[in-house]
Design a protein around this ligand. Structure first.
Ligand code: 5GP
Ligand code: ZN
Length: 127
């Protein structure tokens, strides 16, 4: 039996976000539950900028199928709550931006699905 076959969250050995989930690379954790993990982006574009990811290794949005619908639904419902907890100001005066870069044309650099959540007063560095 392979490692991936019995591990609750199959990991890609070379994936930096899998290593962050496993605690093998340090991060500033924002949130964790059984299937989701969130941590501050190392190069923030905005006063609030964290990444929300599935613990399981999914390369990008392009790999999602119906089995992921509940987890991705939970992720999207969680994002606004974490945004407020991390200092984004309330809608509509405040708010936040959610970005999911996917593939080369989407300018995705890390091949583990991640949702950028950015907010806080403008101007921002980017975005
Ligand atoms: P992408 O361009 O793939 O959507 O974004 C990848 C994001 O991951 C970038 O914003 C980058 O700053 C962030 N990032 C890359 N490596 C690390 C890391 O080791 N730790 C943290 N906290 N963020 C990272
Ligand atoms: Zn991964």
């Amino acid at each position: 039996m392979t490692e991936a076959a019995h591990h609750p969250h199959p990991r890609d050995a070379d994936c930096i976000f899998c290593k962050i989930v496993a605690g093998q690379i340090p991060s500033r954790k924002v949130y964790e539950d059984d299937e989701l993990f969130a941590f501050h982006d190392i190069h923030p574009w905005a006063p609030v900028h964290f990444l929300l990811i599935p613990k399981v290794h999914i390369a990008s949005m392009a790999q999602l199928d119906d089995r992921h619908a509940a987890m991705m639904g939970r992720l999207m419902v969680l994002a606004p709550r974490l945004a407020l907890e991390q200092g984004c100001q309330p809608y509509p005066e405040g708010g936040f931006r959610i970005v999911v870069n996917t593939g080369a044309h989407g300018a995705q650099e890390v091949q583990h699905l991640h949702v950028h959540v950015m907010g806080g007063p403008r101007p921002w560095l980017r975005g």
